[in-house]
Structures are given as C-alpha cells and as structure tokens.
Design a protein around this ligand. Structure first.
Ligand SMILES: *[C@@H]1O[C@H](CO)[C@@H](O)[C@H](O)[C@H]1NC(C)=O
Ligand SMILES: *[C@@H]1O[C@H](CO)[C@@H](O)[C@H](O)[C@H]1NC(C)=O
Ligand SMILES: *[C@@H]1O[C@H](CO)[C@@H](O)[C@H](O)[C@H]1NC(C)=O
Ligand SMILES: *[C@@H]1O[C@H](CO)[C@@H](O)[C@H](O)[C@H]1NC(C)=O
Ligand SMILES: *[C@@H]1O[C@H](CO)[C@@H](O)[C@H](O)[C@H]1NC(C)=O
Ligand SMILES: *[C@@H]1O[C@H](CO)[C@@H](O)[C@H](O)[C@H]1NC(C)=O
Length: 824
C-alpha cells in the first residue's frame, strides 16, 4: 500500500494507551482460577494423540475419547472437592494442557481444591491486553517472495491457514471477501453453525471465547459482541496485515490513501476472538489456542500479552507453555514482542519456540505543514485536505474570538481549547483559520479534545484549524511519535511547544489592537497544506520507540540472564494502514471508517505471520523451526541507506534519541522475505530439545519442568541452555570458557561448501570447529563454538558468525555474550 512518519512529539503515550487498552478491570478479584491436574494432556505425550505412524492426530477416535475422559475427570475433581452449585466450570483444556478454568464463590475454595490428590497447581486468571499496507512494497514482496513460484501474487500463501487470536473480525470487510479455493488438506476445523455467515472461503472459521471475561464481570454488551464480530477494530487490522486480499482501496473520509494488501493474500483466515475492547483474560486465551490447534491452523498470529510482568522462570508461564504445545502440534507461533520499550528488559514474549516480533518504522512519512504569512513553515501531525486555493487566510486566536459577554460568563482559559462553539463570535471566526490551544485536560484523551476543536471550527465556519500546544508540561513530553489521524477540515496539530510559541509570537506581532486590547485588524495569516500524500525518504527501518527490548531473565528471582535472544526479528509496526471496523472507536478519527492507521508490535507480528505463510506455501515439508530459522538467519542488519539499523532510545525530553541498535533491540534483524525463501541451511529443533532447554535453566528442576509441561528431563551431563539449537548464540553468564553446540541441515538442492567468518564480541575470543564443511541436500552438519572470556565486561557485548556458502548463501547467527569473570 502507498501511504508513513516519524513525527517527533510527545503524544505517542496516547496512541499506546489506545492500542494496549489499559482499562483497569472493574473488579480486582475475578475468582476465576486455572487448575492444572497432574498427568498429561494428549500432546504432553499421551499415546492416544498419535497414530500408528507416530503422527499427531487429534481427531482420531482415541484422541477424542481421551479428551472426553479428561473433561469428565475435571468434573469429578470439582465434584469431589466442592459443593454443588458453589462453582462453575468455564473450560476444560484437553489438548495443550490437562487443566480447567473454574469460577469459584470464595477464595477459600482454592485451598480445598489444592488438597485434591489430582491437582497439580492453581493459578488465578490473568488479565491480557491487545499488545498496511504499503509494507509489501517496503518489504520488496512484489519482486521477491510473492514471485517465487509462478511469478504471481495469486499464489502468495495459498493453502495455508493463519489463525489470528485477537478481537474478532469484521466479516464484511473487503480485505476478507470470498475466495473460491478448496480448503487446504491439513485443515480439520469446521465452521460452527452459529458463525456460518462468517465462513466465506477466505475466512474458514470464526469462534469466540468469552466465559472468562463474562465471569470476571468485565464484558460490556453496550459496545462489544458476544460473537466473533470485532467490536474494536484491532483484530480486523491485524488480520488484514497477515492475509488481507490483494490491492483493496484504502478510502478514508472520502479520500483514497492507496491500495492495501496483506502479506499473504491467498492464505486463509481462522478467527479466534479471545480479547475484547477493554482487554481479556488468560482463561479465554488458552481456550482459543486449544481450539486453534484442534482446528489445525498452520500459523498462529498473536498480538496480545499479559499485563503482569513475568515472575519466576518466564519460560514456564502458562501462556508460553501452552504455546510450546501449539508448536509441538506443528503450528508456527508468531507473537508481538510487547509495546513496553524503549528501556531494556521489557519483553512480553519469552519462549525460544516463539517468533517474538519487534516493530520498526518504514520509509513512508506523512507531514502536515502550516506555512505562515512570513513564509515560516512548521510541521504538525494529522491527515487533512489543505485550505482552499493555495492562498493565505487570516489567523484568529481563540482568545480573540469570544463574544463580548464571554469574559464575564465563561472561563476563557478553558474555552481557548475550543471545547464548543457557544463562547465564540461566529462573525469573527468565519472564513479564517482558528487557532486553539491543546492540553490534555479531558479524561477522553487527546482524541476527544481534537474532535471537539474540529467540531467547534466547523460550527463557526472557520476555513481551517491550527491546534497549538504552548502550555505542554515537560512531564507530558515523554513519547516521541504521534500517529497522524484524519481531520475532517483542513487542520494541523502542532505538538512542539517551542514551535507553538513562535506561531503565537508571529500572530501577536501582526495582530493590531486598540487601547482595550480588542483586535482591530487580523493581520497574521497562514496556509495549511494538504497532508494526505506521504513522502518516501525516511531513513528506515528504525526500531520504534515503543517496541519492547531484551534481554530476558532466566529466572526473575535470581536475576540471572537467560541464554535466549529476544526479540527474534523486526517487521514494520509504525503507522500501518490496515482494515478497520466502522464501529471501532479505539483509534481517533476512524469512527465509521473501514481502514485505520495504527502503530504497535501488534502490527509487526502479523507481517511475520503472513510472510511465514508464504514460506509455508513454498516449502510445505519444512518444520516450523525450519521456517523460524530461515526468517532469522536471513534477516538484515542494515537500513535503506546501507547503515546499521538504529533504534529509538530512551531520552529525558521531547526529542527522541536515536542510536545504534543492538540485538536486544532487533534480534536477528529486519525480515527479508526474499532471502528467507532460500536460506541454504536451517537450524532444526524438536520438542524434547525445548524440554532439555527448560531442564537446564537455573532455578528450574526436573520436577518443575514436568509439572509445567509434562516433559521428562533427559539426563545429559554438561548440557547447558545455550545448547538449544537456535540460529543465535546467547550466553547470559559466561564464566571462563564455554563450548556451545549447533547443528545445521542443508535445504539447498545443490552441494555447497560453507566457511565461517567470525565477528567476536568485545572481550570474548571465539573459536569455531570445524571452520568449514561441505553439505548436500538434507544432510546435517554439527559444529562447536568455543567462547572464552578475555575481559569481564559484566555486560552484554555482541558479534556474529557468518557461514558463507560457495553458492551464494549467507547464514548469519548473532552472538550476545555477557562475560562475568576472567578465565583462570
Ligand atoms: C458499558 O459501557 C457503557 C458505555 O460506555 C456505560 O455507560 C456502561 O456503564 C457500561 N456498563 C457497565 C456494566 O460497566
Ligand atoms: C475510493 O476512492 C477512489 C478515489 O477517490 C474512488 O475512485 C473509488 O471509487 C473509491 N472506492 C471505494 C470502494 O469507495
Ligand atoms: C461579534 O463581532 C462583531 C464584529 O467584531 C461585533 O460587531 C459583534 O458585536 C460581536 N458580537 C458579539 C455577540 O460579541
Ligand atoms: C453550533 O454550536 C452552538 C452552541 O454550542 C449550537 O447551539 C449549535 O447547534 C451548533 N450548530 C451546529 C450547526 O452544529
Ligand atoms: C534532549 O536530550 C538529548 C539527549 O538525551 C540531548 O542531546 C538534547 O539536547 C536534549 N534536547 C533538549 C531540547 O533538551
Ligand atoms: C534481501 O535478500 C535479497 C536476496 O538475498 C537481496 O538481494 C536483498 O538485497 C536483500 N534486501 C535487503 C534489504 O537486505
């Protein structure tokens, strides 16, 4: 799609509040608990889930019978422990976990349940929140990943089903209009009769899960739907980024902003509504994941996360563990990194089995300039038409436009924000550009305030509106980016206090007044330019301010750093056009519209989900770890100027500070879909490898791993968590020397000779053995990387290994090492 900025101002906080919907739950205690039983769900190794060839079959007679058995077991645990009528079972989870969600009457009942011999652990239900598209062009899909087969976008992602866990879908949206293809072979789900009207071939399933939010008394039927219908907009937006149809016109307020295409326009959509306008609950989210796996989705795209920070071993929280089983079942799981940046250690996504996606800017920017009569130009925010005729119009400041009795009747400071028209003299404002103050004084936030000022300017027949922020307090100037929202009259929003004061000085200089300060001549003038056409010059990608950053703890109790690099990868997530639902009110200025421009890692994750669908289509036989590996080893570390990627970083003032990014900002780098199609080598990982990884974490013993996952730790002396076969090496606590093992498999048709190029992190010596090998299709090669402390940095330093292939492949592995002590 055409149509992106990095307007530096303080108001991103507002946008993030909207995206993350941080409404506080109505009642703190929901009395909903998730109870895990001892013994395993089918996927935790029970034989019934696997057919005679050892393949997973959740729809076999044995599997279904076992699920029914577990569900009745849950009922009997409840019956044996609690009085009839004193509880309500909300869900039985029988695929990913052997667990149920129950609503109790009293907190005391938890103790009674704990005494039951079958109960393993009990966890209180947790709150979850919601964490284009010019981007196909920015990502080079048209000439690359979309073309790989028959030179046509008509194949892009065909035969894959992307499951989106979000706020539901607007089923009538043009981005999801019907497709006539047969359903893919692996697909097992059936459209439930209750939502038959959603299933049009493009949308292959639509389900919703609301028992948890209803039990928590947090569902509000005046503005949300107890159905898969999207009452928010977020789910329609993320779904359209992943799989939206090809070239759908983005028409907003009667203006065409270009054409939007999802990353994989031929992939199908499976909708799992688990979160609502005000957020949602873990119990519903787990139910959605459990069902998505039973339905057989190939890829899960998840743009939501827990609102509480991880404690204990973050990799063992229920959400990440459920997703481990989703991965075991064969789904690729793509998860938004979180919007808690730019400080370090702000990740909301942990498991090394997940693809955790951070957000970047793109080269597109929208600017909304105003030019003063003295030719000075100021850049504001917003999308609007220009003042007519390309000429100057007189400026009138709100405080000079009140009716005569206003000074006695109205609070004129308050009315300088233009909240409504009654204090103003229409004959003064008519035909001029009205200047209103901005300050966040209403609980409705900036959106409400701007909408009110626009309504006032329209009511008074102003020709345009200039919103200035002369009074903004430094404490409010924290965030650097403001998403432009559409204005229904020529208008611009100047968020910089210094620019606002210059504009006021200019106005006062040219405005003539009599001895009573009453204006006798409005001599200041301005011209607001049309701001709906973007430019494409910005240096990009840059890691967006809000994007969550690594590293992640192995254990929050010991403050030990983990041996996992997070985030994994970057994709566009700043000012992204995507589908919207007309009833959505979350984003300012898009009420009634079918498209909206939003920012967040919520928008980045579905880019990767869609690109993964392209890979899945091209390489049907690849494991999800192979797809993950292909995306990571081919990611790019340079921007469109050929410089290393930079990141928006914390700064104490309005200006955003930009500096070199580290792998804890970008993981492996920015996605390159074209290169991922042909990675040369892949790093494969199986379920037991993840269990072995968990078993070697500091503070996690065989019992806790078995309790959380049902997995059995293998006794493999000398194994470290850094030995998990990831396409990166992270060592959170290097003491002396460590040897790290890796294995690669060739996915290239031709024999190829690879030679390693070592870029050692500062203070660490790196040896690789062997330093070269020749590999043929399907063949595996192992190598050892020895890291030796030369200097105790007590902080992470970074490097990389590049395996350079004789046939043009370059397989890159980032290195992140924190060396604690000198080697002996
Ligand atoms: C639901 O939302 C409406 C509109 O915002 C509000 O007036 C009402 O009080 C809410 N209901 C509950 C139960 O919170
Ligand atoms: C979108 O806008 C363009 C240009 O203004 C117009 O030609 C087209 O008909 C509109 N499309 C829709 C679906 O409204
Ligand atoms: C509005 O402004 C006009 C022109 O300055 C003036 O003649 C008129 O008295 C004003 N009306 C009120 C109600 O202040
Ligand atoms: C303009 O504002 C006045 C005062 O708030 C209101 O009475 C009137 O209905 C508004 N007119 C329009 C056309 O919105
Ligand atoms: C803002 O902070 C940065 C570094 O943190 C500094 O370089 C810059 O001068 C500051 N700007 C203002 C306007 O104080
Ligand atoms: C992406 O990969 C392709 C193929 O390897 C390469 O030609 C292109 O330069 C890469 N693009 C970027 C931005 O790194």
């Amino acid at each position: 799609m055409q149509a992106n900025v990095t307007l530096m101002s303080w108001a991103l906080a507002l946008q993030l509040l909207l995206l993350l919907a941080t409404t506080t739950p109505r009642s703190a205690a929901t009395l909903v608990y998730i109870v895990k039983l001892k013994g395993h769900a089918p996927l935790s190794g029970h034989p019934h889930a696997f057919n005679t060839q050892g393949k997973l079959d959740l729809h076999s007679h044995g599997s279904l019978a076992y699920s029914a058995f577990l569900s009745s077991l849950h009922d009997s645990v409840l019956q044996e422990s609690l009085d009839v009528g004193s509880y309500e079972k909300l869900y039985s989870y029988t695929v990913l976990l052997n667990a149920f969600a129950v609503k109790l009457q009293h907190r005391m009942q938890v103790e009674t349940l704990e005494e039951h011999g079958s109960v393993g652990s009990i966890e209180e239900d947790k709150r979850f929140n919601k964490a284009t598209t010019y981007t196909p062009e920015f990502l080079g899909l048209a000439g690359g990943a979309w073309n790989v087969r028959k030179g046509s976008v008509r194949d892009a992602g065909r035969g894959t089903v992307v499951g989106v866990l979000d706020t539901g879908i607007d089923p009538s949206h043009p981005s999801f209009s019907p497709h006539g293809f047969k359903l893919p072979r692996r697909w097992r789900g059936a459209c439930p009769p209750s939502s038959a009207s959603f299933c049009n071939g493009k949308i292959v399933i639509a389900r919703h899960f609301s028992k948890g939010i209803i039990a928590a008394n947090a569902f509000n039927s005046t503005y949300d739907y107890d159905s898969p219908v999207d009452g928010d907009g977020h789910g329609t937006h993320t779904s359209s980024i992943a799989v939206g149809n090809y070239e759908v016109p983005v028409n907003v307020s009667g203006y065409n902003y270009g054409l939007a295409s999802g990353m994989a326009p031929q992939a199908r959509l499976a909708v799992y509504k688990v979160i609502y306008r005000d957020g949602g609950y873990l119990s519903d989210v787990l139910a959605g994941i459990d069902q998505a796996i039973q339905d057989g989705v190939h890829i899960l795209s998840i743009s939501l996360g827990s609102t509480s920070s991880a404690s204990g071993v973050p990799f063992l929280n229920s959400f990440d563990v459920a997703l481990l089983f989703a991965v075991k079942a064969g789904a690729l799981v793509v998860h938004a990194a979180g919007n808690n940046g730019p400080s370090p250690m702000t990740m909301n996504s942990f498991g090394p089995w997940l693809l955790s996606v951070g957000a970047t800017t793109t080269d597109r920017s929208y600017a909304n300039p105003v030019i003063l009569g003295n030719r000075q130009e100021f850049i504001g925010s917003g999308l609007s038409a220009g003042t007519p005729g390309g000429r100057l119009y007189a400026l009138v400041y709100a405080k000079d436009a009140f009716i005569e009795q206003a000074t006695n009747t109205f609070d004129t400071d308050y009315y300088s924000y233009c909240p409504d028209a009654q204090a103003f003299n229409r004959s003064i404002v008519k035909g001029k550009i009205l200047i209103c103050n901005f300050m966040q004084i209403f609980t409705g936030g900036a959106g409400t305030e701007i909408n009110d000022a626009i309504a006032t300017a329209k009511n008074l027949s102003a020709v345009g509106l200039l919103i200035i922020s002369p009074d903004t307090e430094p404490s409010q100037q924290k965030s650097p980016v403001l998403d432009p929202s559409p204005f229904s009259i020529p208008a611009t929003f100047i968020t910089d206090p210094d620019a606002s004061l210059i504009i006021l000085d200019y106005y006062n200089h040219y405005t003539e007044r009599d001895e009573y300060k009453k204006v006798t001549h409005f001599g200041a003038s301005a011209w607001i330019k049309d701001s709906r056409m973007p430019t494409f010059y910005a240096e990009a990608p840059e890691v967006a301010y809000f994007s969550s950053r690594g590293p992640v703890y192995a254990n929050t109790a010991t403050l030990m750093q983990s041996d996992v690099l997070k985030p994994d990868i970057l994709a566009p997530g700043n000012q992204i056009w995507g589908g919207w639902t007309p009833s959505g009110i979350d984003a300012n200025g898009y009420k009634g519209e079918r498209f909206a421009m939003l920012s967040g890692t919520s928008m980045a994750a579905p880019h990767i989900a869609g690109i993964a669908a392209l890979l899945k289509h091209k390489h049907q036989k690849w494991s999800n770890a192979a797809i993950r590996s292909a995306l990571l080893t081919t990611a790019s570390q340079v921007d469109n100027r050929g410089r290393f990627i930079r990141a928006h970083q914390p700064s104490g003032n309005t200006s955003v500070s930009i500096g070199w990014a580290s792998p804890f900002d970008y993981g492996s780098g920015f996605v390159n879909a074209t290169a991922a199609m042909d990675p040369g080598l892949i790093f494969d990982v199986g379920f037991q490898d993840y269990i072995n990884f968990l078993c070697t974490l500091p503070g996690a013993d065989a019992n806790s791993v078995e309790e959380a996952t049902g997995g059995i730790c293998q006794d493999r002396p000398g194994d470290r968590s850094s030995d998990l076969n990831l396409p990166s090496i992270t060592v959170g606590n290097l003491i002396g020397t460590r040897k790290v093992k890796r294995a690669v498999t060739s996915v290239s048709k031709r024999n190829e000779r690879y030679e390693v190029q070592i870029h050692a992190p500062k203070g660490v010596q790196v040896f690789v053995e062997p330093m070269m090998f020749t590999v043929s299709n399907g063949q595996q090669k192992t190598f050892t990387v020895t890291l030796k402390t030369m200097k105790a940095n007590q902080a992470f330093t970074f490097g990389s290994l590049l395996w350079i292939g004789s046939k043009g492949h370059v397989v890159r592995m980032p290195l992140a090492v924190s060396a604690s002590f000198m080697s002996a």
